[in-house]
Design a protein around this ligand. Structure first.
Ligand SMILES: *[C@@H]1O[C@H](CO)[C@@H](O)[C@H](O)[C@H]1NC(C)=O
Ligand SMILES: *[C@@H]1O[C@H](CO)[C@@H](O)[C@H](O)[C@H]1NC(C)=O
Ligand SMILES: *[C@@H]1O[C@H](CO)[C@@H](O)[C@H](O)[C@H]1NC(C)=O
Ligand SMILES: *[C@@H]1O[C@H](CO)[C@@H](O)[C@H](O)[C@H]1NC(C)=O
Ligand SMILES: *[C@@H]1O[C@H](CO)[C@@H](O)[C@H](O)[C@H]1NC(C)=O
Ligand SMILES: *[C@@H]1O[C@H](CO)[C@@H](O)[C@H](O)[C@H]1NC(C)=O
Ligand SMILES: *[C@@H]1O[C@H](CO)[C@@H](O)[C@H](O)[C@H]1NC(C)=O
Ligand SMILES: *[C@@H]1O[C@H](CO)[C@@H](O)[C@H](O)[C@H]1NC(C)=O
Ligand SMILES: *[C@@H]1O[C@H](CO)[C@@H](O)[C@H](O)[C@H]1NC(C)=O
Ligand SMILES: *[C@@H]1O[C@H](CO)[C@@H](O)[C@H](O)[C@H]1NC(C)=O
Ligand SMILES: *[C@@H]1O[C@H](CO)[C@@H](O)[C@H](O)[C@H]1NC(C)=O
Ligand SMILES: *[C@@H]1O[C@H](CO)[C@@H](O)[C@H](O)[C@H]1NC(C)=O
Length: 595
């Protein structure tokens, strides 16, 4: 039923976009043939082979760890059948000791690094990229991760004084997930800092310590050179979720400027060795209103122009003043509502309370500030990062169960609807950044944790499922958590629609699930592991990793089919809308006569 509704909603989006064309024609250069590498044009579109590229995609960080080529082939084939055009994958897999089984790309140990170009090393990534090409899928390759909490070493004091570097895979402990099961178990920034950082380790030494940067740049050079001529690589993502802090704390000196400057340095290095591919950030999209900027220039106040410019949507500069005015208006409405209703609204997001601050807190913070999603406190100013000249497109994420995105809460609405509306608002704010910069915008990861997935949900900065049976407390009973599958589908449909209408060029669901994978000791597709907090239907049967957003379980087959229906519908409509929009523009161009 609701897919019919979705189709209707999308059809109205199609009509709207056909009436007011949102895209301009790119003049083809008759000297240089259109490139089969992905590029961007001056209007903020992705171009490939002379045509615009818009996409719905997915995330599968674990793809290169699959032992069997056939499994990789099937997974990419299934993605392609669902209409997926881009898959986001980790192009890093750092270890501190060489594992007996499984895949690794780089050893970071004993004051040096060693690249693994062998059959259980980068050749796995080669295979992923080759097979992606076969299935007409682009691979968005991320070069490192902000997160790498060590199991048993969440206690930071321990991680600084102990030389335990391997993941503890003792059966029956909290840490018995197979290596690489979680997105944060592939090494990353803290792995470099632990080995090459100053004595007093802070996470942001990754960005500032010259030895660390030399080592990381060396890795980047190796990977980029390996695929420099490969047209199936979508872009080089500098890092997943870069921030000032991680399991290692931030120093007092890390600011948004630190992380923006890092993006400027590494992106110009990558472009110097690889002019073929785009470079992107992988940040979560936090803003820093009224902050000092290195690259971003706020747009002038909107003027009424005689010649209407074809733009995706009007872009207003993001300022504290604007944010606080929005909050104030929302609070006013909230107070009115509370006065009207006899029973006071409980407030807060009850469906998930642990990893986001409560609505009450957010509303209180509106009196003093703009909230952590907008004040740069994580060290991320996504506007400034997106404005870096060699950062080709703007990126953000929408994972409200683990990122505090400071959604405005309307107490007259159920918590779920506030989450959906907050997500739409977040999408629209990021679409505006693209308009201001005339760069494409990609939503790198969106997802909601469902009730079925709550027991396996592991936030990016931890190693244990907080609601799993092995978490120490039976939180499943004390804290009902997660949306229903139906709510998830509603939210995804509304977010995808908002992204299409807002003018995003790509949206990647988090995360892809694949079944029927062959199990192999020491890989993520391990035989049954007991006592892991993973429910029985998920383990031992060759399912891909699920850190809380996967689709497996009883509903998997049905959901995957439904999801692919949504995607195929959207694609059909998107390509129609573009054809129509281009047709309208072509007519307009002909009316002006030959150029
Ligand atoms: C671009 O064109 C080349 C050469 O014709 C082709 O091999 C490739 O598949 C095309 N890429 C896309 C994304 O259509
Ligand atoms: C999807 O994956 C299954 C294995 O789970 C495989 O049998 C099937 O051929 C794949 N479909 C495509 C279109 O690749
Ligand atoms: C580091 O060096 C020590 C001493 O030479 C050696 O025993 C150990 O195996 C090395 N570690 C790795 C991961 O190579
Ligand atoms: C963290 O580890 C240190 C050193 O082993 C220990 O003294 C301290 O009690 C631990 N803290 C916690 C909260 O476990
Ligand atoms: C560090 O490693 C050495 C040699 O493997 C070991 O004897 C020692 O107990 C380790 N120290 C800690 C704190 O784990
Ligand atoms: C798992 O972790 C929890 C919380 O850190 C702890 O209370 C519990 O004892 C651990 N369980 C096992 C089996 O180590
Ligand atoms: C990539 O292509 C360029 C131009 O054709 C060539 O000079 C270079 O050697 C190629 N690099 C690799 C790694 O194949
Ligand atoms: C180590 O770094 C922390 C965090 O920046 C800081 O608070 C502390 O003073 C530093 N300690 C030393 C000995 O420099
Ligand atoms: C909340 O969202 C659901 C699903 O999108 C929708 O059916 C319902 O009408 C919404 N409720 C309100 C009060 O907006
Ligand atoms: C993970 O991040 C959340 C949100 O920032 C924070 O509340 C929590 O304490 C962090 N947990 C760990 C283990 O770092
Ligand atoms: C948690 O509590 C529920 C309800 O009492 C129960 O069904 C479930 O088995 C418990 N889980 C664990 C791991 O104890
Ligand atoms: C590595 O794989 C072999 C063969 O499956 C197995 O016997 C061995 O126990 C594995 N080692 C580890 C550490 O898992």
């Amino acid at each position: 039923m609701h897919f019919v509704q979705l189709v209707l909603v999308l059809l109205s989006a199609l009509l709207a976009s056909a009436a007011t064309p949102t895209r301009t024609i790119t003049v083809r250069d008759s000297v240089h043939p259109p490139s089969s590498f992905v590029s961007t044009d001056a209007n903020g579109n992705f171009m490939v082979n002379g045509s615009q590229l818009t996409f719905v995609g997915t995330n599968a960080y674990w793809l290169p760890t699959l032992n069997s080529d056939e499994d990789i082939d099937n997974t990419l084939g299934n993605m392609s059948a669902a209409g997926i055009k881009v898959v986001r994958v980790w192009a890093f897999n750092d270890v501190t000791t060489i594992p007996e089984n499984g895949t690794w790309f780089q050893l970071i140990a004993n004051g040096t690094t060693t690249l693994n170009t062998g059959a259980n090393g980068l050749q796995r990534l080669d295979t992923v990229i080759q097979l992606a090409e076969k299935h007409n899928i682009f691979v968005l390759l991320s070069l490192t991760n902000n997160w790498n909490p060590l199991p048993l070493l969440d206690n930071i004091t321990d991680s600084l004084t102990s030389n335990i570097t391997a993941r503890d895979v003792t059966q029956g402990t909290n840490n018995s997930l197979p290596r690489n099961t979680l997105s944060n178990d592939y090494g990353g920034m803290d792995a470099y800092v632990r080995e090459f950082g100053n004595d007093n380790k802070s996470h942001d030494q990754f960005y500032t310590n010259p030895t660390v940067q030399t080592q990381f740049t060396n890795y980047v050079t190796n990977i980029v050179n390996r695929y420099v001529n490969n047209t199936s690589v979508f872009s080089w993502e500098v890092a997943n979720d870069p921030r000032c802090n991680s399991s290692l704390p931030s120093s007092a000196t890390c600011t948004t400027l630190t992380i923006t400057q890092f993006h400027a340095n590494i992106s110009s290095h990558i472009r110097s060795i690889d002019p073929n591919h785009l470079v992107s950030s992988g940040n979560q999209g936090f803003f820093c209103a009224d902050c000092q900027k290195l690259f971003f220039k706020a747009p002038p106040p909107p003027t009424t122009s005689a010649t209407p410019v074809v733009k995706r949507r009007a872009a207003k500069p993001l300022t504290k003043k604007r944010l606080l005015a929005e909050r104030k208006a929302a609070q006013k409405e909230a107070r009115k509502f509370e006065q009207r209703t006899a029973s006071a609204s409980p407030g807060g997001i009850k469906i998930r309370g642990r990893w986001v601050s409560t609505a009450t807190k957010r509303q209180d913070s509106a009196d003093q500030g703009v909230g952590s999603a907008f004040d740069g406190s994580s060290g991320v100013d996504s506007e400034d990062i997106s404005a870096v000249p060699n950062i080709a497109f703007s990126t953000f994420q929408l994972l409200p169960d683990q990122d505090n995105l400071d959604f405005i809460i309307d107490p007259s609405l159920p918590a779920f609807n506030n989450t959906v509306n907050g997500g739409i608002n977040w999408i629209n704010r990021h679409a505006e950044v693209g308009t201001i910069l005339s760069k494409p915008v990609v939503l790198l990861a969106f997802g909601l944790v469902t009730q079925a997935n709550a027991p396996v949900f592991v936030p990016f900065n931890t190693t244990v499922a907080p609601f799993g049976p092995d978490s120490g407390t039976n939180q499943t009973t004390t804290q009902p958590f997660g949306v229903t599958d139906q709510q998830r589908d509603d939210a995804y449909a509304q977010w995808l629609q908002a992204g299409i209408q807002g003018g995003l060029q790509g949206m990647l669901q988090y995360q892809w699930t694949q079944g029927n994978l062959s199990t192999s000791t020491g890989t993520v597709i391990s035989p049954t592991v007991t006592g892991t907090g993973i429910s029985p239907e998920v383990t031992g049967t060759g399912f891909s990793p699920n850190d809380g957003y996967g689709l497996q379980g009883v509903g998997y087959v049905i959901w995957a089919r439904a999801f692919s229906d949504i995607l195929l519908t959207i694609f059909a409509i998107l390509s129609n809308a573009q054809t129509q929009a281009v047709g309208v523009l072509q007519q307009a161009a002909q009316a002006f006569g030959p150029d």
